[in-house]
Design a protein around this ligand. Sequence first.
Ligand SMILES: NC(=O)c1ccc[n+]([C@@H]2O[C@H](COP(=O)([O-])OP(=O)(O)OC[C@H]3O[C@@H](n4cnc5c(N)ncnc54)[C@H](O)[C@@H]3O)[C@@H](O)[C@H]2O)c1
Length: 285
Amino acid sequence: MEIKKVAVIGMGTMGSQIGIVCARGGFQTAMVDVNSIQVENGMNSIRKFFKGQEKKGKIGRESSEKILSHMTSGTMIEEAVEDVDLVIEAVFEDVEVKKNIFRKLDKTSPSKTILASNTSTLWVAELAAATNRPQQCLGTHFLIPAALTPMVEVVRGPVTSDATHNTVIDFLTKCGKETVTVADFPGFVINRLYLPMVNEAFFALETSIATAEEIDRSCVKGLGFPLGPLAAADAFGLDILLACMKTFHQELGDKYRPCPLLVKLVKAGHLGRKSGQGVYSYNHK
Ligand SMILES: NC(=O)c1ccc[n+]([C@@H]2O[C@H](COP(=O)([O-])OP(=O)(O)OC[C@H]3O[C@@H](n4cnc5c(N)ncnc54)[C@H](O)[C@@H]3O)[C@@H](O)[C@H]2O)c1
């Protein structure tokens, strides 16, 4: 099957960027979120991305407008998926929320439609088992910022068919992405390696080994990271990081215990850039 139309469920940090990737690849892209405020926020962040790219001279106004013209947005999943070939789910990292979406997608999308999840750490097998088409389910793990990061991890569930896998690889390649296919296991490769290190940076901060700025500066200047781990945590959302670490802890053991400082910040509503306050403060304009 060749992908022509796509739907993206969830227009938060990742969904809005994934929508850009799909529309930029020339695919008709239907974007969905729970209410009109979330939809508007998502569309605003998409427009802001293009404005930033235009300012940097990376894209012309006409090209941005053309990409935006491939996108529609709304709150009704049923309408968005009625004639799509691929759905990419990018809602909260909560297995029950995602399973409900997969059940709904299974009922409302055409039988040919491939269902993909952008989960960071959950079992694709569990999401696929909520549907009657597990062979058409897989993970497409985009990395933040999805519109700019070259790599996507493609996660094969235990029964993902070759046809599904190959169709999605072809689609991602047309979107300009490099892919790596990995087995279904919590955190796959990238998050299995990266998130425990970010969690460890919170332990280092909690035990006052250094300030947040010094921890980040050590990693940027000493290890060549593009962004320090604490600044990166603020960018991807402390709530998402905590949800991922909880899955690791539950699935892989005590070595992956979320740092209490991370738990405390999330309980205080300090979720990072998206809430204006995380490890660092952000001026919300
Ligand atoms: N943030 C990151 O850096 C990052 C990186 C890679 C993967 N991920 C994964 O991507 C997924 C999304 O993460 P995020 O950071 O974009 O989260 P987010 O909190 O920024 O956005 C989630 C969005 O999903 C929407 N949503 C929730 N339930 C919905 C429903 N039933 N229907 C439609 N929309 C719904 C919310 O309103 C919100 O806009 C998670 O699985 C996360 O683990 C995140």
